[in-house]
Design a binder for this molecule. Structure first.
Ligand code: AMO
Length: 464
């Protein structure tokens, strides 16, 4: 008999069927034993009656998280026994045969309540992924990626694959992971920035969903060492504001897709999605700093960037004044942005760039890029780099690059903010940070030098 999913049992009243899943819990009521069987589609109540001796006896030893296959007949539940909390709440399965597919050891804690600290939650990720709230987070995350793809595809963008191993760091700063690449130095990419710009000469409008790496020097609730960057870049823009319009459309669609396609997950998590008005409010960074100063008397007006507490304050302002939990902050100072950022011709100390903040945290960065070859070269020099190190990338501009711009959204930050998670690590199934690569680094053995030596020898052998 072919297995069906729990949810499909609703339409099988009176039929003999087979289901399979994990034991969510088990209850004994006199001569009847109930289990809630969980599969990917949800839960079904299974009834073991003493009258049916063999399965009843087998069910006695069942424990949480054992994996079983059950054959039985679907019947309507008596009125009064209907459970409106679950999709299969009007039916139950009368067990006739049970097969144990796998056993589970005693659980270290209640994985349904999941009242554990974040380190424990992450240390036990392989077990904790069984929890329905955890599952809901990653289902919403999937929907956000799908929505990003759908929106951009509709706008005639093409997806491309960017490399992870790169020769230079695009975003500046020291937050980069160095790797031994055969006998050379290379880095793990911080961003597909340079490659998405190059690919404009191929497709004109591109996007990419990539793992990127930032060697963040501290542990915060908003930084990961490895995160997913949702990047887009578009050519032939009339103005940098074209990129803001696409960013706004992408985010609006993400929120409505999550609302429409993840209603169960939102209910499971008890989430209220961020409020939006007709148009995302826009403020220049300097205007935002003035507002923050007026509201809090905290004077960060000379700072080149918004501090985390400033981001929170300006979001509160946007919610109060514009009824919007998202806001564009524009015109960041030129010296704080990477070399490719387009300076505002009317005010070259500031750039035609933007961030989107959501509920107090930056979730997106973007803007117009310098597409003029000679200007780009002189900017690379101004930023203290050698244009020869960027020769490969510069070809894209040497041989004709249209006016262009783009943005990148941090996937885990979006999930964190829209779900209201306290820590970004909760929005990444397998987060990497200064302290962890699945296991806590403090629990791992220090690097073995011999392994590295072996790799080098192997490399040389291949070269011969
Ligand atoms: P930026 O460096 O601002 O811009 O990164 C873009 C977005 O990525 C997210 N983000 C992070 N998320 C988790 N952990 C981190 N350590 C982390 N760092 C950044 C944020 C941020 O808004 N090339 C430019 C984008 C562009 O202009 O197209 C860039 O990477 O949500």
């Amino acid at each position: 008999m072919k297995r069906i999913f729990n949810q499909e049992t609703i339409n099988k009243i009176g039929e003999k069927i087979k289901v399979a899943g994990w034991i969510n819990n088990r209850r004994v009521h006199g001569k009847i034993l109930f289990i809630d069987l969980r599969d990917m589609s949800g839960i079904i109540q299974v009834v073991f009656n003493e009258k049916n001796q063999e399965p009843y006896n087998a069910a006695q030893e069942l424990k949480s998280e054992w994996v079983v296959e059950i054959i039985g007949t679907i019947q309507k539940r008596p009125t009064g026994m209907i459970n409106s909390e679950i999709k299969t709440g009007e039916v139950e399965l009368q067990a006739e045969d049970i097969k144990i597919l796998a056993k589970s050891e005693q659980l270290p804690f209640d994985i349904q309540e999941l009242k554990v600290s974040l380190p424990t939650l992450l240390d036990y990720r392989p077990l904790v992924v069984k929890n329905q709230k955890i599952k809901a987070i990653f289902k919403i995350e999937e929907e956000i990626i799908n929505s990003f793809r759908r929106t951009l595809q509709k706008l005639q963008f093409t997806e491309f694959q960017a490399p992870v191993i790169v020769p230079a760091n695009a975003e500046g700063g020291a937050a980069v992971f160095h790797i031994d690449y055969y006998d050379y130095d290379a880095y793990l990419t911080q961003s597909p920035q340079l490659y998405k710009q190059i690919m404009l000469n191929c497709f004109e409008r591109v996007f990419t969903v990539n793992k990127v790496f930032r060697a963040e020097p501290s542990v915060t609730t908003r930084h990961l060492a490895e995160y997913t960057s949702l990047d887009m870049e578009m050519a032939f823009i009339d103005s940098w504001e074209d990129t803001m319009e696409v960013a706004e459309t992408v985010i609006r669609n993400m929120l409505s897709d999550v609302k429409n396609n993840c209603s169960e997950e939102l209910k499971t998590l008890g989430v209220v999605l961020p409020q939006l008005n007709d148009k995302l409010p826009r403020l220049k960074m300097r205007e935002a700093q003035e507002i923050i100063f007026k509201r809090t008397k905290r004077d960060n007006r000379k700072e080149p960037d918004l501090e985390p507490e400033d981001e929170k304050e300006i979001c509160l302002f946007a919610k109060e004044k514009y009824n919007s939990e998202l806001i564009f902050i524009t015109h960041y100072p030129t010296k704080k942005r990477p070399f490719y950022t387009y300076p505002d011709p009317k005010d070259p100390e500031h750039t035609l760039s933007f961030d989107i903040l959501c509920r107090g945290l930056e979730i997106t960065t973007g803007g117009q890029r310098i597409n003029d070859y000679t200007k780009l070269i002189s900017n690379i020099k101004k930023w203290g780099s050698d244009p020869r190190d960027f020769e490969y990338y510069l070809q894209a501009f040497k041989y004709g690059m249209p006016p262009e711009g783009g943005f990148a959204m941090g996937l885990e930050r979006i999930v964190k903010q829209i779900i209201g998670l306290e820590n970004i690590r909760e929005a990444n199934a397998f987060p990497r940070d200064m302290e962890r690569i699945d296991e806590r680094l403090s629990l791992l053995q220090p690097k073995k030098k011999t392994a590295k030596t072996k790799t080098k020898k192997k490399t040389k052998k291949i070269k011969k």
